[in-house]
Design a protein around this ligand. Structure first.
Ligand SMILES: CC(C)(COP(=O)(O)OP(=O)(O)OC[C@H]1O[C@@H](n2cnc3c(N)ncnc32)[C@H](O)[C@@H]1OP(=O)(O)O)[C@@H](O)C(=O)NCCC(=O)NCCS
Length: 147
């Protein structure tokens, strides 16, 4: 399987939205992804296989911090390294943009994603109570140093 990794363009938005719909319970709208293509603080990487978007990841640059908004890979392609390649591309992009740290929120019960971030040298630094709804806390994770 050949997967291409590149920056998101406007033409990718329907495919990215489809991945979002397949992967998240709290969905963004297609318009919000469209808006990201015009946001100078936004940086999105897409993974494309056979002309289809199969995964993506994005962050907002806030001064010298990269705040991950979303990262997802469609179920059929998970655990094959696609997420890792997206993360590597995001880390490289963040470093290139002058960021020194990366952060995100993840649902406390999303163990695959927590493992994924731990493997990528993120550490648990805090918790936002009921962030995803009653009883669904967010874990705040940070990675300091992106090299
Ligand atoms: C999190 C996610 C993006 C990982 O993508 P992926 O393509 O499956 O990840 P990779 O195959 O590159 O795995 C990289 C590492 O992550 C960890 N990992 C990934 N999936 C895992 C799982 N199901 N269980 C445990 N660890 C897992 C492993 O450490 C893995 O390294 P290894 O293969 O050497 O063991 C994917 O599971 C996903 O899209 N989940 C649904 C959306 C989501 O929850 N996004 C995060 C929101 S905060």
């Amino acid at each position: 399987m050949i997967v291409h990794y590149r920056l998101m363009e406007s033409r990718d938005v329907p495919g990215v939205f489809k991945v979002d719909q397949a992967c998240f319970s709290h969905n963004w709208t297609q318009d919000s992804y469209q808006a990201e293509t015009n946001n100078i603080l936004s940086n999105y990487i897409v993974a494309e296989a056979e002309g289809e978007i199969i995964g993506f990841g994005g962050f907002w640059q806030v001064i010298d911090e990269a705040h991950i908004t979303n990262i997802a890979v469609v179920a059929d392609y998970r655990q094959t390294g696609v997420g890792q390649n997206i993360m590597n591309a995001m880390l490289a992009r963040a470093l290139e943009q002058g960021c020194v740290a990366m952060t995100l929120e993840v649902r406390g019960d999303n163990q695959p994603a927590i493992n994924f971030y731990l493997k990528n040298q993120f550490t648990r630094e805090g918790r936002r109570k009921d962030y995803y709804g009653p009883g669904m806390d967010a874990i705040i994770m940070w990675r300091y140093g992106l090299e």
